[in-house]
Design a protein around this ligand. Structure first.
Ligand SMILES: Cc1ncc(COP(=O)(O)O)c(C=O)c1O
Length: 402
């Protein structure tokens, strides 16, 4: 056989689709392997090791025993959509009035995929704030959206509305919002959302707003949904889900809220991609919406405590720490250490140094910026860990670098 005509091709047949060319195992998985090799503590991956609440587990087990085993409606079982509707009306103050405005999907990620396919033509411009959540960037690239990045700056990651307006062109179709944000922890204020809405209306743009961390808020902040503002709902797709609030990332339970005609199209796309979210788990998920306010109070207190511990520890070892306003990450800068200590030259080396010297894994900051050099002095730490584990991680950090 002669040489393969496709240099880049790993397979002895025709090349794979071009869209697979840039797909790589994310840094996060490689780092997980590295920290496992030293039997360390993983504060990298954004997963929560706290238990899923019992009523949710019991309801799912009951649904399995009762043979709720067939495909559901593509947009979810009626009871769950009704429960979500009540929740978005009362907690988010979104003016949805019917379950037809709710679509259940395979995580909020499934809902994001359906939202992108419903809104975007290849080449449409989409605005993404930096630092961004990697899946937003990578999925948008997969549908050939043209990404336009608008930077935000620590410590409060405020929005530069002049920069945002300058980024809008006649081809702009949508703006992606993530509040509370991963990795920055930024919580959009009502005033900021109002200012954003003026631009959305003036330039006739959609917003896709990812609110998966909506219950994790600090220092008395409240969560405001863009779709609750007068005039916003018609141009907003709100995404959320149960992964983070109820410690059930592996269940893949998420949803979108949008005006009925848009939600209908997203549901039809959801049908094509996934047919439906797992039926018995939807029955389990419905039980989440019957949990009372004490659950959210405890959740809040739990995360407050964890944020205090991690942020103060990082401050003590010399990091510059913008305390997050929401979500469960600290996106901290080690710039002050870069000139003082070996092993902190850039985010990758700092990440490796923390694993080797303290046995603690993080995510290098370059994963959250279009230009990796913008994230070179940042590491993301996830504090959604059982308290003894987080305490141990902080003790190890202090012992190594304190
Ligand atoms: C901002 C953001 N959105 C969405 C997700 C994933 O949510 P889901 O499990 O509902 O797909 C994550 C998970 O880390 C996230 O950080």
């Amino acid at each position: 056989m002669g040489p393969c005509p496709h240099e880049k091709n790993l397979f002895p047949v025709k090349p794979l689709a071009e869209r697979t060319d840039d797909l790589r195992q994310s840094d996060i998985r490689a780092i997980t392997q590295m920290v496992n090799a030293v039997d360390g503590i993983n504060l990298g991956q954004g997963i929560c090791d706290l238990p899923t609440p019992l009523p949710i587990k019991e309801a799912a087990k009951g649904a399995i025993d009762d043979n709720h085993a067939i495909y559901s409606h593509y947009a979810g079982i009626q009871g769950l959509r009704e429960a979500i509707l009540r929740k978005v009306q009362t907690y988010n103050h979104i003016p949805a009035t019917s379950p037809d405005e709710i679509m259940v999907s395979v995580g909020s990620t499934g809902a994001f995929v359906s939202a992108m396919f419903a809104l975007l033509e290849p080449g449409d411009e989409v605005i993404l704030f930096e630092p961004f959540y990697g899946y937003h960037r990578n999925l948008l690239q997969l549908v050939n959206a043209r990404l336009v990045f608008v930077p935000t700056q620590p410590p409060d990651w405020g929005i530069d509305f002049d920069a945002l307006e300058a980024a809008i062109t006649p081809r702009t179709k949508a703006v992606i919002i993530n509040t509370p944000g991963n990795p920055s922890g930024k919580v959009w204020s009502q005033a900021e959302l109002e200012e954003l809405l003026v631009l959305l209306q003036e330039y006739d743009l959609y917003a896709i707003t990812d609110e998966i961390y909506e219950y994790m808020l600090y220092d008395g902040r409240t969560h405001v949904s863009l779709a609750s503002l007068p005039g916003a709902y018609e141009r907003t797709i709100t995404l959320s889900g149960l992964s983070k609030t109820y410690n059930m990332t592996g269940w893949r339970m998420g949803y979108a809220v949008a005006p009925a005609p848009l939600c209908e199209k997203m549901g039809l796309l959801n049908d094509l991609f996934f047919i439906c979210a797992p039926t018995p788990l939807q029955h389990g998920a419905a039980a989440a919406f019957a949990m009372d306010d004490t659950y959210f109070g405890e959740l809040q207190a739990t995360y407050d405590q964890r944020r205090d511990l991690l942020c103060s520890t990082l401050g003590r070892i010399g990091f510059d720490v913008p305390w997050p306003q929401g979500a469960y990450y600290t996106f901290a800068s080690f710039a002050p250490l870069a000139s003082q200590r070996a092993g902190f030259e850039d985010a990758r080396s700092a990440c490796e140094t923390l694993i080797q010297e303290a046995g603690v894994a993080t995510v290098p900051g370059h994963s959250f910026f279009a230009d990796p050099t913008d994230g070179r002095y940042f590491l993301r730490f996830c504090f959604a860990k059982e308290m003894p584990v987080l305490e141990q991680a902080c003790a190890k950090l202090l012992a190594a670098f304190g």
